[in-house]
Design a protein around this ligand. Structure first.
Ligand code: THU
Length: 132
């Protein structure tokens, strides 16, 4: 494994520090390792027109695609707020991850103590919608 989980989590944590989350106060960072071993990060970006806000995972996926990546090998997601559970991806982001995932894709959800839980996309999005 070229990029250790700890390093991916550090990247997601640093991306989280850039979050623009003034409306919810809930900051999220995501870091992807793609199938070529490259890392891509994103953070949530909110908007005064609330529905226009975007999730950290969406930003990281957009960065991956822009750089030619097509498969998420691993994605780490760091987010949360006092007394709120760790940030498992929202429903829309599960579908976004699904688009660029396979059965081996690992989704790491990190809690405030730095521990992580590992999921597959089928764990998070069973009976998923797809066109192929
Ligand atoms: N958020 C993410 O960035 N990723 C998720 O998977 C869940 C939610 C963001 C959206 C919004 O800016 C804030 O967290 C609160 O919902």
């Amino acid at each position: 494994m070229a990029i250790a989980n700890e390093d991916l989590i550090t990247a997601a944590t640093e991306a989280r520090e850039q979050a623009y989350s003034k409306y919810s106060g809930y900051s999220v960072g995501a870091a992807i390792v793609d199938d070529q071993g490259r890392m891509h990060v994103g953070c949530n970006v909110e908007n005064a027109a609330y529905p226009l806000g975007s999730c950290a995972e969406a930003g990281a996926i957009a960065a991956m695609v822009q750089e030619g990546g097509s498969l998420i090998e691993r994605i780490a997601i760091v987010g949360g707020r006092d007394a709120v559970a760790p940030c498992t991806p929202c429903g829309g982001c599960r579908q976004r991850i699904h688009e660029f995932a396979n059965d081996d894709t690992v989704i790491l959800v990190i809690d405030d103590s730095g521990k992580w839980q590992e999921y597959s996309i089928d764990d998070l999005l069973p009976a998923s919608f797809h066109l192929d």
